[in-house]
Design a protein around this ligand. Structure first.
Ligand code: ZN
Length: 116
């Protein structure tokens, strides 16, 4: 009687174990990636960081782009840096006056942004 019970217990354990093995095998197959997916993932492994070059004015800039410090490209001025700075200053000033007129200061605006 005790032997039969022991045998039944062992058989049920084996059945459970077999089921677990089958599930694990299916999981391994399901989680496997094909060559295309692996190659797509590894396509980013060779990418290096952003490369910067030293301009003739001594500032760092992105190659094949106008220098943001002096506005020159290939020896001639292509971006009016002074006009751009004036424009940005005018925009900042207008933003400040708009905030003041609406009853907000830049400090309260920053506080509300931080709390949100
Ligand atoms: Zn420059």
């Amino acid at each position: 009687m005790a032997r039969a019970l022991e045998r039944a217990r062992a058989e049920s354990f084996l059945a459970d174990w077999r089921e677990i093995c089958i599930i694990l095998c299916h999981m391994v197959v399901r989680m496997r990636r094909n060559h295309s997916q692996t190659a797509k993932r590894r396509s980013h492994h060779g990418i290096k960081g952003a490369v910067l070059a030293v301009h003739e004015c001594g500032a760092l800039h992105v190659p094949h782009r106008a220098c943001p410090t002096c506005g020159k490209y290939n020896g001639r001025v292509v971006v009016d840096i002074v006009a751009r700075a004036k424009k940005e200053a005018r925009r900042a000033k207008r933003k400040q006056t708009d905030l003041r007129e609406s009853g907000q200061t830049s400090e309260t605006k920053e506080k509300t942004a931080a709390s949100a």
